[in-house]
Design a protein. Structure first.
Length: 160
DNA sequence: GCCAACGTTGGC
DNA sequence: GCCAACGTTGGC
């Protein structure tokens, strides 16, 4: 029996979709389309459950960091963008049988960080040195987070 | 824009 | 199944 809820970190480029965009979305909810990495997909498909909590991380940003907290409100279902030739997330190998091999989940904002928790702060905070985020070369766009790490980051976010 | 690190592809 | 070439990620 796996402990619930579980905790995750999801990367997004704020120029594409920021935490503010999530706050402005209907019901502060969005589908998390465009994940095109098998490891990340498998975590969403197999391990994401309703009620799991998510750190929303801004990558390719100035500075990069955790911008807010969200929760999973819908478990994995097919990502239709993979089948859409007009989408930037189109995957021509996906639709051979009319079915997307990629999935997405829906997340709903819980709260924005009072102040963005930068990667630099995360690097320099005791207890966070094992986060995948700060490991060299770790690029996964979806990462598991431990309860202890979650609590520390939430405190840094002013959301403890 | 650079580039290290990693993932994917495809010829063999 | 190997592995070189290529593409992507993402901090800087």
């Amino acid at each position: 029996m796996i402990q619930r809820p579980r905790f995750w970190l999801m990367k997004t480029e704020p120029e594409v979709f920021s935490f503010d965009d999530l706050m402005r979305a209907p019901r502060q909810t969005t589908c998390w389309e465009g994940v095109r990495n098998y490891q990340a997909r498998n975590m969403m498909r197999d391990d994401f459950k309703i009620g799991d909590e998510v750190l929303v991380y801004h990558s390719n940003a100035t500075p990069p960091g955790v911008a807010g907290v969200a929760r999973v409100v819908r478990e994995a279902y097919p990502d239709p963008a993979a089948l859409d030739p007009d989408s930037e997330y189109f995957d021509e190998k996906s639709g051979a049988h009319g079915e997307s091999r990629w999935v997405m989940v829906d997340i709903q904002a819980v709260a924005p960080a009072q102040k963005l928790v930068s990667l630099d702060v995360i690097r320099n905070t005791a207890g966070l040195e094992d986060m995948l985020l700060v490991k060299r070369g770790q690029r996964l766009s979806i990462q598991p987070v431990t309860l202890a790490e979650w609590q520390i980051v939430c405190r840094l976010c002013g959301l403890a």
